[in-house]
Write a protein that binds this ligand. Sequence first.
Ligand SMILES: Nc1ncnc2c1ncn2[C@@H]1O[C@H](COP(=O)(O)OP(=O)(O)OP(=O)(O)O)[C@@H](O)[C@H]1O
Ligand SMILES: [Mg+2]
Length: 239
Amino acid sequence: MKHKIVEVKNVLACLELMENLQGRSSITPGIGLIHGPSGFGKTTTLCWLINQLGAMNAIYVRCYATDTPSSFLARIMEELGSEMLYPMRKSVDFIVDRMNERQLPLFIDEADHIVGQSKIMETIRDLYDATEQPVVLVGMEEIARRISHRKQLFNRVSEWVEFQPADLSDVHSFAAELLDDRITVADDLLEHIRKRSGGEVRRILTALEKIERSAIANDMDIVTLDNWGDQPLFLEFRR
Ligand SMILES: Nc1ncnc2c1ncn2[C@@H]1O[C@H](COP(=O)(O)OP(=O)(O)OP(=O)(O)O)[C@@H](O)[C@H]1O
Ligand SMILES: [Mg+2]
């Protein structure tokens, strides 16, 4: 399998989100929300977006279950090449200055871990209010609902993308762009993968890689649903 990011519909929707946040008028708030189930490609899309912007032109932080306001700020400081400053307010000021000077948007991945922590969420709002640079929160299904309870932050969300399951044309794009050039997966098998994966990119790629490996081992250049039969495509739990 080739290593590259396929510009499927969810990826393009996030690009549009970012363009809208960056090109918004001064009366529109600038917080974005990207949400969807695990394995749908959110983190990958974020990395791609940041590459489009130029890695030095954005701040990316991933949140952890154990995060505190201090560990969260320390990670942003590290991204900016600095040690934590105390009292914490100094670190916030430092981040605000850098975001303003360099017009840096802030991307916060795995935001589910911090959405329940008022202090961190209020700090994010402070960073936004002091810079008005785009802030994009990324998380799973629950995040939109949980943010809706934080009115002050929720009111500042002007752009959002809910990741959709891959459709057949997306699965087609993954196969066409990632598989070894010698190998074709027939449409009926692609549709089978789509159905069985529930449109989850991680599973789709696992399945394609398995098929690719088997095709190479068996010297086949096209694999159909008939060839594949009911061999497993990825680990499934059946009740
Ligand atoms: N557009 C894409 N092009 C190529 N590979 C992709 C794409 N989207 C996702 N992938 C691959 O699918 C896998 C899952 O993607 P990713 O980790 O981005 O999902 P996620 O939504 O962030 O999941 P989680 O909620 O578990 O963090 C990764 O291995 C990634 O390389
Ligand atoms: Mg992720």
